[in-house]
Design a protein around this ligand. Structure first.
Ligand code: ZN
Length: 312
């Protein structure tokens, strides 16, 4: 059984998106409670540091970060996107939350490369996979997984990294950031049509982007089959040195934002399949990032299934 390190921070709970917003603090509270209740695994909790701008700038230009930070209100809430996507919101606590969420990935990379742990989970909010190079989108401001990938490449000379995204929404941000970068594989299975509308199969980048758009009436069995044939087979061929997971749990049948039908146990299988590829090509090295997932009961169950498989 592999040890797991979980990076998180109370600052990530403090971020407030206002009443009735699906991306709420209770998500992370439930996830951390669930993880603390897992007694059969060796899990260490560590506080995320604040990400430094130099590392963030490997993906996002400082002008974009400065604009974003300048919009953070002293009180109340500010939407950073225009209608109909005005629900990407900054609050007075946003700076710390955003920098801790990204810092979790950076410190995970440091810990991974020190050889201390091979399996790491970033229990953070805000999520990251919708954040593009210079555009906040879909509750995301900084692309936590993308910054971590670039950091691994620049600091540790890792060449090939795969980012596997099973959030029910397409990670338009991650795709945009690596669209012309052969050294990063991005594979996403997602409901389509659905926000953000991108992620059709013909969006292939430089042969490094693999999209598996699926309709809401796709069965669990079919979901698993498509994930295997359209995503995992291609990761296997890519032979990544490290695997990052954009772990969203909103393809669960209970999720209010999408229409997929996965059960909690399916997240065990999805994760286990990724672990097998990591063992084959990546010396077992995986950093997983919390993305979406908006039903609290589903989150609690899915996170346990995800970490259990991650420890294999
Ligand atoms: Zn999502």
């Amino acid at each position: 059984m592999e040890d797991i390190t979980v990076f998180s921070h109370l600052d990530c709970i403090a971020k407030d998106n206002g009443e009735n917003h699906p991306e709420r603090k209770e998500r992370l509270e439930v996830i951390l409670d669930s993880i603390k209740g897992i007694s059969q695994l060796n899990i260490s909790f560590k506080d995320s540091p604040l990400a430094d701008f130099k590392t963030i700038n490997l993906v996002h230009p400082q002008s974009y970060i400065d604009d974003l930070l300048s919009m953070i209100p002293i009180y109340g809430l500010v939407g950073v996107e225009k209608e109909p996507y005005a629900d990407t919101i900054l609050c007075p606590q946003s700076k710390e939350a955003i920098l801790r969420a990204c810092g979790a990935g950076i410190e995970s990379a440091n810990e991974l490369m020190s050889g201390l742990t091979k399996r790491l989970f970033c229990a953070v909010r805000p999520p990251g996979h919708h954040a593009e190079t210079s555009r906040a989108n879909g509750f995301c401001f900084i692309n936590n997984a993308a910054v971590t990938a670039r950091y691994l490449q620049s600091k540790f000379n890792i060449n090939k990294i795969a980012i596997i995204d099973f959030d029910v929404h397409h990670g338009n941000g991650t795709q945009e950031i690596f669209y012309n970068n052969k050294s990063v594989f991005y594979g996403s299975i997602h409901q389509h049509p659905l926000f953000p509308g991108t992620g059709i199969e013909t969006e292939t980048g430089v042969g490094n982007i693999f999209n598996a758009p699926i309709s809401s009436d796709t069965t669990r069995e079919k979901f698993m089959e498509i994930f295997e044939t359209k995503i995992l087979k291609n990761v296997d061929l890519f032979e990544p040195e490290i695997i990052l997971i954009s772990a969203g749990f909103d393809a669960h049948k209970r999720d209010p934002l999408a229409g997929m039908k996965l059960e909690s146990e399916d997240y065990y299988t999805l994760t286990q399949n990724i672990v097998e590829i990591a063992k084959r090509h990546s010396d077992g090295r995986i950093i997983s990032f919390l993305e979406g997932g908006y039903d609290l009961q589903a989150l609690s169950e899915c996170i346990e299934a995800h970490l259990e498989a991650l420890s294999n």
